[in-house]
Design a protein around this ligand. Structure first.
Ligand code: CP
Length: 297
């Protein structure tokens, strides 16, 4: 079964992934042979450190072998030749048992999947409304569940450029849980669209826009810094997490970030007990092991 959008993952399947991730994590991601004999294609048309390498590590730990490319310029479908993702999928049908695809265009993973006869995982496609990074959302949710035991009843503050695929998928996934309250501290000009707002509210998610950290900082369970999509665009100074903000946080609040970080998350914050972003990134391996296994069940 493919994983293209967090929309198609119901709560039951998420809970099964979390339970399997628990088993894998408690075995300290020891290698197994559950995907022995399979080949997983890693097709990265856009830069990645965490997603690609944790997927490759996950596949190898499960006994699978990997093929693919991390430098799109080396593939015919890259910027030079621009072979279509449809034709790429048609080729990969006979080369691999599953494909993991990251692409700079929104909808590219779904287009690839339309021409794929093997399961496809969206490893992040595009930016803006409809863009998704579902496996990031799964590891984000797993991080919250790991810290608090459950996702229901949590209060989560999202900060930054919320048009990016990571906050999109996280917000949609939070809407699947009960009594979750979300606060948005948005970068001006980089806000969630009104359509997305109403979609989230229609799904029962409590969403409130706030103007500064002071409004909720002492009350939230998780602060999710999304950073800015454009690496040349710094986060607004009022979004930068500093010692004053930390001092007003609960000790059990977790600070999350999909990484790579920008100026919003100075390295001085790493020493604080609330810093959870490297733990969050480490969960990329066991969650993606559980995801890869689920493709073949
Ligand atoms: N969080 C994330 O998607 O990181 P990469 O771009 O390095 O994969």
């Amino acid at each position: 079964m493919s994983l293209l959008s967090i929309e198609t993952l119901d709560r039951e399947r998420m809970e099964r992934l979390f339970a399997r991730t628990d088993e894998i994590a408690s075995a300290q991601t020891r290698n197994s042979n559950t995907l022995s004999g399979l080949i997983i294609a890693m097709l990265f048309f856009q830069a990645s450190t965490r997603t690609r390498l944790s997927f490759e590590s996950a596949a190898l730990r499960l006994g699978a072998q990997c093929i693919g490319f991390a430098e799109p310029g080396s593939a015919r479908a890259g910027p030079g030749w621009k072979e279509s993702v449809a034709d790429t999928a048609r080729m990969l049908n006979s080369y691999a048992n599953a494909s993991v695809i990251r692409h700079y265009e929104r909808g590219a993973a779904a287009e690839y999947a339309r021409h794929s006869m093997v399961p496809v995982v969206n490893a992040g496609d595009g930016c803006g409304m409809g863009a998704e990074h579902p496996t990031q959302a799964i590891l984000d949710l797993y991080t919250i569940r790991h810290a608090f035991g459950e996702i229901d009843n949590r209060k989560v503050l999202l900060v930054g450029d919320l048009r990016q695929r990571t906050p999109h998928s996280l917000l949609k996934s939070l809407a699947k849980f009960s009594n979750v309250q979300v606060f948005l501290l948005q970068a001006e000009g980089y806000e969630l669209s009104l359509t997305e707002f109403s979609q989230l509210r229609d799904r029962g998610l409590s969403v409130e826009v706030i103007e500064d950290y002071a409004a909720v900082i002492g009350d939230v369970d998780a602060i999710y810094l999304a950073g800015m999509e454009d690496p040349l665009e710094p986060s607004p100074p009022e979004h930068v997490l500093n010692e004053d903000v930390i001092a007003r946080m609960r000790r059990d609040t977790i600070i999350m970030h999909p990484l790579p970080r920008g100026n919003e998350l100075p390295s001085a914050i790493d020493q604080h007990v609330q810093a959870a972003y490297f733990r969050q990134a480490s969960f990329g391996v066991p969650t993606r092991m559980a995801i890869l296994e689920s493709l073949f069940q």
